[in-house]
Design a protein around this ligand. Structure first.
Ligand SMILES: [Zn+2]
Length: 278
C-alpha cells in the first residue's frame, strides 16, 4: 500500500501590527518603535523576506511554500504614525507590507475607536498613502468604518465591504481592492461569502483561519510580544504559546465592540449594536 500523501505545506506566516510608536495608550496594540525595529532587523538578519499580496495569494492557491522564511507583513487601521516610524524601517530593509485602511477615516482622526489615548490619533491621508504605494507598499480594506461585520445585517455588512472596496479601487487602483482584513478579525461563513460577493479574493481574520483564501489566519503582535522575533513566525513552543495568548487577546476585543455599541446607543446614533467599532 502506498504511503499517504504528505499534508499540504502550511501557508506563509502573516503578522499583524497595529500602531508602531507614537503616544502611549491604555490598550495593548501599540508596539514601541524600538521593538518593531528589533523585530524587522532580526528577521532580515535571519534571512526572512516579505511577500507581496500577489506572492502570498499564489502560494496559498497552489499550496506551495517556496521558502520557509517568507512572511506577509500587515498593519491594521492605517495610523499616520506608520509613515513616521514603521515605513522608513521597512524601506531601509527592503521589506514590503500591506496596510489595511478604514476607508471612511483616511485623513481624519480615530473617532471610530474607544479612546485609549489622551488625544485622538490621526490616520494616514491619501497623499501619504499614494507616496508609500509608489515606494512599493500595498494597501487593502479594513472596512469602511470598522464595524464588526458579524453583528451587522447582510445589507449593512455588504455596504461596509462594498463602499470600502469602491473607495480603494477609485483612489489606488484594482490591486488595492483585492484584500480585506475583517475588523476585530470577526468573520464567519456569511461574512466570508459577502466579502467574496463584494469582489475581494483574500480575507484576513484572527489567529485561527480555516486555510481558505477568505479566512486566512494572522497573528497579531501585541505590546508584550517584545522579544527578538515576533511569536507569529516562531515554530517552537514559545511560538505556539504566544499564538494561543494572541488568540485569547484577539477574542477579548469583543469588549471594545460592546463599548462602542453602548456609546452609540446612548448617543442615539444608531440601533442597539450600531457601529461596534474598535
Ligand atoms: Zn482594526
Amino acid at each position: 500500500m502506498p504511503p499517504p500523501p504528505p499534508p499540504p505545506p502550511p501557508p506563509p506566516a502573516v503578522l499583524c501590527y497595529h500602531r508602531v510608536g507614537g503616544p502611549l495608550e491604555l490598550g495593548v496594540t501599540r508596539v514601541p518603535t524600538a521593538v518593531f525595529e528589533r523585530h524587522m532587523e532580526a528577521l532580515a538578519r535571519d534571512g526572512w523576506h516579505t511577500l507581496t499580496l500577489e506572492g502570498f495569494a499564489t502560494r496559498l492557491q497552489r499550496g506551495v511554500v517556496a521558502s520557509c522564511n517568507e512572511f506577509l507583513l500587515t498593519f491594521d487601521d492605517g495610523y499616520a504614525s506608520l509613515a513616521e516610524y514603521a515605513y522608513p524601517i521597512l524601506d531601509r530593509l527592503g521589506f514590503t507590507a500591506t496596510t489595511f485602511l478604514i476607508t471612511d477615516h483616511v485623513g481624519s482622526l480615530n473617532t471610530w475607536d474607544v479612546r485609549y489615548t489622551w488625544r485622538r490619533l490621526a490616520h494616514l491621508d491619501w497623499p501619504a498613502i499614494e507616496h508609500w504605494k509608489a515606494r512599493g507598499l500595498e494597501f487593502g480594506s479594513h472596512g469602511a468604518s470598522h464595524r464588526r461585520l458579524t453583528w451587522l445585517s447582510d445589507a449593512e455588512a455588504a455596504a461596509e465591504l462594498e463602499r470600502s472596496r469602491e473607495t480603494l479601487q477609485r483612489r489606488l487602483g484594482p490591486d488595492a481592492a483585492r484584500a480585506v482584513a475583517y475588523p476585530f478579525g470577526a468573520r464567519d461563513a456569511r461574512v466570508q461569502r459577502l466579502a467574496g460577493a463584494a469582489g475581494y479574493d483574500l480575507g484576513f481574520g484572527g489567529v485561527r483561519g480555516n486555510g481558505s483564501a477568505l479566512n486566512v489566519s494572522r497573528v497579531p503582535v501585541y505590546l508584550w510580544d517584545a522579544g527578538r522575533t515576533p511569536v507569529g513566525v516562531r515554530r517552537d513552543v514559545v511560538g505556539r504559546l504566544g499564538r494561543a495568548i494572541a488568540h485569547v487577546a484577539n477574542r477579548c476585543a469583543v469588549g471594545t465592540s460592546v463599548m462602542q455599541g453602548v456609546r452609540c446607543w446612548v448617543s442615539g446614533v444608531r440601533g442597539p449594536y450600531p457601529a461596534p467599532n474598535a
